[in-house]
Ligand binder design. Structure first.
Ligand SMILES: Cc1cc2nc3c(=O)[nH]c(=O)nc-3n(C[C@H](O)[C@H](O)[C@H](O)COP(=O)(O)OP(=O)(O)OC[C@H]3O[C@@H](n4cnc5c(N)ncnc54)[C@H](O)[C@@H]3O)c2cc1C
Length: 496
């Protein structure tokens, strides 16, 4: 046990003592091979390069080791694998597209855990256009679910920058947000039912497609946002919506966040709540994307301090959304809520505006070191939060530049810092702890959340302990013990 990382507080190994198998690695591997069949297990005999993608998180914050990578094809194989691992106390790390931001899908450094990749459980099981529902397996890539809905003249509205890679199981397990939360809610709001393999190998099969079902506790909701610590989701039944047929998209310069919030309220009223996205973008993000991402350019002629990317959508083909948006922006110009605006004339313009927004994380990465904070506060408080946070950064982080952007319609900001030009990367990154503490304390003062849509994973376990009300933490631990008494499911993630 001595090689395992230790908890900073209690000095116990981070992988709980119970999650140590009595089997030798060879015995464990041969047991798993029997369950998963030929091609169902990747282990150390393969070249390291084949295993690497499963062992690193996408931000490269964590690098783990694993006894093996399991690639089950069916929910029955997942239940068999969990029953085996539970019996032999082997830690299991579920992994989807591995695009999560908190290290939740990366195994620890012990080399004793199994990564369970859901990528081969990727069938759309059924789609019911009249019931506006779809049943899909956890390993379906989000884009695949969106396309299946589209082919049936329906919309599955979850949309993220990572939708070409992230998987449904990961979206459910992180309760993903994205750019349409304002209109359609988070992933949790889109779920009708779940199929989940439990730690002891039982299968919770609750794939109903009912909108109304008040029969006791809502058990499925426990697994949404649980980041693989309570069960492995193998399939879900999801809500669909009418396919969108009209779009109006604008990239508008605004004097500041206060004007952006006022403009959002005006647009929601004027459009009968047809606003499906409303993203705040600072000037520095336009500069970073234009510099680092080929094909991105500033849509407006002159520079401005802040922008919003807003989109109105409708399922009616002939809805005059373009006129409505232009009239609202013209009204905004008169009231000095808007300084200038470009309205997309065609799909190419629209795609260009969205490319600028969705490549901000990549541009930040290419520009150098960054410190990231995925926070939310009530929408009304966004301007004051940005003002106070910016002041603190200007006074305390001379080698950092604020890049605050995000889903302002949901009160969610990616309140990030990038190293200033010429700054020393290591010295800047070494400021992480005090910067995080100051920003998350400020978030708490505003009644906000230190993790709006990215979850806890391994990265924010300490933050959860610091900011969650003790009674909530206590209930979380009680639920964890009840569903996973041997602590085999994603050990060390969410709860220590
Ligand atoms: C460019 C980019 C843009 C992004 N934009 C957004 C955004 O706008 N909004 C947002 O919310 N997130 C965003 N993300 C973060 C990420 O894409 C989401 O969190 C996504 O939901 C993760 O899905 P995944 O399949 O990659 O999950 P993974 O990273 O593989 O796993 C995430 C967590 O879920 C667990 N898990 C995975 N599959 C299962 C399963 N079947 N059963 C149980 N547990 C499971 C893992 O153990 C881990 O704890 C973005 C990421 C990138 C790279």
């Amino acid at each position: 046990m001595s090689g395992l990382p230790r908890c900073a507080r209690c000095r116990r190994p981070e992988t709980s003592a119970s999650v140590v198998s009595a089997l030798t690695p060879a015995q464990a591997l041969s047991g798993l091979e029997r369950i998963l069949g030929a091609g169902g297990l990747l282990s150390g005999e393969l070249p390291a390069a084949d295993l690497e993608p499963y062992l690193n998180d996408q931000r490269r914050l964590y690098h783990g080791r694993a006894l093996a990578i399991a690639l089950p094809r069916t929910e029955v194989e997942v239940t068999g694998l969990l029953a085996f691992c539970n019996r032999h106390h082997i830690g299991v790390v579920p992994q989807g597209g591995n695009t999560g931001y908190c290290g939740g899908a990366t195994p620890d450094e012990s080399g004793r855990q199994i990564v369970v990749s859901l990528s081969r459980l990727n069938r759309i099981r059924r789609i019911d256009p009249l019931n506006y529902s779809i049943v899909a397996e956890a390993g379906c890539v989000l884009g695949q679910v969106q396309r299946a809905a589209d082919e049936a003249q329906r919309l599955f509205p979850l949309s993220l920058g990572s939708e070409g890679t992230c998987q449904l199981g990961g979206n459910l397990s992180t309760n993903a947000g994205g750019v349409h939360v304002l209109r359609y809610g988070m992933m949790r709001d889109l779920v009708l039912g779940l199929e989940v393999a439990l730690a002891d190998g039982r299968l919770l099969s609750s794939l109903g497609t009912l909108r109304k079902d008040n029969t006791g506790y809502d058990v499925k909701s426990l697994f949404l946002g649980a980041e693989g610590t309570l069960g492995i989701i193998t399939a879900a039944s999801l809500k669909l919506f009418p396919k969108l047929k009209s779009f109006a998209t604008a990239f508008a310069a605004v004097p500041g966040p206060r004007a952006a919030v006022a403009l959002l309220a005006r647009l929601r009223e004027a459009s009968g709540d047809s606003v499906s996205s409303f993203e705040l973008i600072p000037r520095i993000a336009v500069d970073l994307t234009a510099r680092h991402i080929p094909g991105v350019r500033d849509p407006l002629d002159a520079p401005h301090p802040w922008y919003v990317l807003c989109e109105l959508t409708s399922a009616r083909a002939a809805d005059p959304l373009g006129d409505l948006l232009e009239r609202s922006l013209a009204g905004g110009l008169e009231e000095k809520l808007v300084l200038d605006a470009a309205v997309a004339r065609n799909e190419r313009d629209r795609a260009a505006f969205w490319k600028l927004r969705e490549t901000i994380p990549e541009a930040q990465r290419r520009d150098g070191g960054s410190l990231k904070h995925d926070i939310s506060v009530p929408v009304t408080s966004i301007p004051d939060f940005i003002e106070r946070g910016s002041r603190w950064i200007a006074d305390n982080v001379p080698d950092g530049r604020l890049v605050a952007y995000g889903h302002v319609g949901d009160g969610n900001l990616h309140f990030n810092l990038n190293q200033a030009p010429g700054a020393d990367r290591a010295a800047f990154l070494a400021r992480e702890a005090p910067v995080k503490r100051a920003i998350h304390d400020l978030v708490r003062d505003f009644g906000g959340s230190f993790s709006a849509e990215h979850g806890i994973g391994r990265l924010k376990v300490g933050e959860l302990e610091r900011y969650a009300p003790p009674i909530e933490l206590n209930l979380m631990r009680t639920i964890k013990r009840a569903l996973d008494p041997n602590g085999i499911l994603n050990p060390g993630k969410v709860l220590r």
